[in-house]
Design a protein around this ligand. Structure first.
Ligand code: FYN
Ligand code: ADP
Length: 577
């Protein structure tokens, strides 16, 4: 459909923005209409873009961010000024922290009034506020600069280490008009937005030498490796070297979790014991105990110490951020892994396999942990607990490996990560680097929009609350999303009591016996109240089959779970208990 402005000799700012995005292959906007961008949302739809409207900008922002991760194109989030912008900013910052490419486009109030602080409608210096919280931030004041503004935002989001970009578009810009031909000529189709970065041959050689001489090598795959979409080469690198690997949470499925070289079930053994660790697209941050040891769940295994590290990363500044990196390999993961493979192939059959002792010790740990897990999963307690419920989810994902799995919570996150095996790359998306709650429904919407296939969101009842209103969005767009709320009546558990005996419940406790399923029914979706694994199984399988928006209120024993899940060590009060 073509609108009036386009057929005349003039083109306005609204249409230049839309055309600039479309020219760069961007076909979807996640956002929320309002002043001054309501017409932009209407016109984008009229011009054939998919406009997914949310109920809160943070969820739209999370959707855009994960769409960026899944597609390697910047996800676009569109918001109104000041408060809407701030709501979206949370997701933009989270995207930047997670290295997801995203562009937050916000309308803003009149510069002249904002800069003199004269009290405009939704007055705020948005550009200044966004700048320290994202990878790059730009403002466009003139219609003829829209092409450059969008091009710069795209390049900044996807080149090098991906991240979040803020694009500030003042209200006046949209109404500006210019000669249509000149306007279209001013738009830029970005050539090679994320140029390959080929690693230096000597850096590759240094890394190969270190690996070759390792006695107890280990590979850690992070979400950067998943983002890179170099799946076949990564698998070949792991298999040709025979090195055991550990997937970070969103790298699960890069190789199937059932792969014999997966050391996931021996995590706390392999991390301190390895002598050379090759980290591919993961940072040695808190999730890897800063490369130093100390771990989780109240355990205190020996510090790592003495390991040598190879780190493959696109950011030259990442190496040495926590511990010495003996062989940094800087470049895009596709090129780096290809170069490493080339070196390994060149060694022909002479590439040494890791020692039998090392592999045997890992296998032993794995078998013990897997057997222990098997026993726990086989139990069928009443009421249902995390394990008996997740045993069902594990089977469903095994039977439907293309389903996208969204996961957030504390125990609901930790148990799902270790119990539910993933079989394909980029099928598991979760709380990421910050361990942030609230990504659930935004991620679920985008996963359904991007993949076109079924999505299951395993949600703690607390985590679900942060984005729960988007079940209306799921119903409105009729998305094949099945939300499973693990309902144990509270944050961590539902058993805390107010020590004063006063009328208020404890801060961690919710309404007991809440029926989250009714929320989905309110908007025309399917709601199911499941109290047994059999009921849960039937409901999830039906949701995946029917593709109807579904919310299953899975009632979990309110005494199940531990405070802070597996990261008790970060919670002073849990440590004290
Ligand atoms: C893993 N494990 C298994 C399996 N997979 N056992 C049997 N079978 C299978 N398939 C074992 C694994 O060896 C560990 O046991 C244990 O299960 C847990 O595995 P996990 O989850 O990989 O390991 P761990 O130590 O919890 O990982 C640390 C972590 C993780 C920091 C990477 O906890 C994490 O990602 N946390 C994020 C938490 C978060 O963001 N929370 C949100 C905020 S919650 P052992 O080897 O015996 O240790 C707000 O309160
Ligand atoms: P995880 O949370 O899974 O451990 P992180 O988010 O900590 O992963 O790390 C991802 C790393 O991957 C970042 O250091 C980032 O620079 C890097 N990265 C992202 N994309 C690429 C890419 N295409 N090539 C190389 N490195 C990448």
């Amino acid at each position: 459909m073509t609108t009036d402005t386009q057929t005349t000799a003039e083109i306005d700012g609204f249409h230049l923005v839309i055309e600039a995005l479309k020219l760069n292959g961007i076909d979807t906007i996640y956002g929320l209409p309002g002043i001054p961008i309501t017409d932009l949302t209407r016109m984008a739809q009229a011009e054939g873009m998919r406009m997914i409207s949310f109920r809160h900008e943070q969820n739209a922002g999370n959707a855009a961010a994960i769409a960026g991760f899944l597609t390697q194109k910047p996800g676009i989030c569109l918001t109104v000024s000041a408060p809407g912008f701030l709501n979206g900013l949370n997701a933009l910052t989270n995207a930047t922290t997670n290295c997801f490419p995203m562009i937050l486009i916000s309308g803003s109030s009149e510069r002249e009034i904002v800069d003199l602080q004269q009290g405009d409608y939704e007055e705020m210096d948005q550009l200044a506020i966004a700048k320290p919280l994202c990878k790059a931030a730009y403002r466009v004041l003139h219609a003829e600069d829209i092409g450059v503004g969008v091009a710069r935002a795209i390049r900044a989001a996807v080149s090098g280490r991906p991240g979040g970009v803020y694009l500030d578009l003042p209200a006046k810009l949209f109404a500006q008009s210019m000669d249509a031909e000149a306007g279209r000529k001013s738009l830029i189709k970005v050539i090679d937005p994320a140029p390959r970065q080929i690693p230096a041959p000597d850096a590759v050689q240094r890394a190969l030498e270190l690996l070759k001489n390792a006695k107890r090598p280990l590979i850690i795959l992070g979400k950067g490796a998943a983002y890179a979409q170099a799946d076949a080469d990564i698998r070949a690198l792991v298999e040709k070297t025979g090195i055991p690997y550990l997937p970070m949470s969103m790298a699960k499925g890069l190789l199937p979790d059932t792969h014999p070289q997966s050391a996931a079930a021996a995590r706390s053994y392999v991390l301190p014991e390895a002598d050379v660790v090759m980290v591919i697209g993961a940072r040695l941050n808190w999730l890897l105990s800063h490369g130093k040891g100390r771990t989780w769940g109240g355990k205190s295994p020996k510090a790592w110490g003495g390991q040598k590290f190879v780190q493959i990363d696109i950011s030259p500044q990442e190496a040495d951020s926590n511990v010495r990196i003996d062989a940094p390999v800087v470049g895009d993961i596709g090129s780096c892994v290809a170069a490493m493979l080339h070196g390994i192939n060149a060694a022909g059959g002479n590439w040494p396999k890791p020692s039998g002792d090392w592999l045997g010790a890992i296998d032993q740990r794995k078998s013990t942990n897997i057997a222990k897990m098997g026993e726990t999963l086989a139990k069928n307690p009443s009421p249902m607990n995390y394990h008996s419920a997740l045993n069902v989810m594990r089977d469903v994902i095994k039977g439907n490996p293309d389903v996208m799995l969204v996961n957030e919570g504390a125990n609901a996150l930790d148990f799902t990560r270790s119990i539910v095996d993933m079989y394909k790359p980029r099928k598991r998306i979760d709380v990421g680097t910050w361990g942030v709650m609230g990504i659930g429904m935004g991620f679920a919407v985008a996963a359904a929009v991007v993949s076109g296939g079924p999505v299951i969101a395993v949600e703690g009842d607390s985590a679900f609350g942060f984005s729960g209103m988007e079940v209306e969005t799921i119903c409105r767009y009729n998305l094949p999303v099945c939300v499973v709320v693990f309902n144990n009546n509270g944050v961590y558990k539902g058993t805390d009591v107010n020590p004063t005996g006063g009328p208020d419940v404890a801060p961690t406790v919710f309404v007991k016996g809440a029926r989250y399923d009714k929320m989905m029914e309110a908007f025309g979706g399917v709601g199911v109240h499941a109290t047994t694994p059999a009921e849960l199984r039937a409901a999830v399988e039906e949701a995946v089959r029917s593709r109807k928006p579904t919310l299953i209120n899975a009632v979990i024993d309110e005494t199940a779970g531990t405070e802070s899940g597996r990261i008790t060590s970060l919670n002073p009060s849990a440590k004290k208990k």
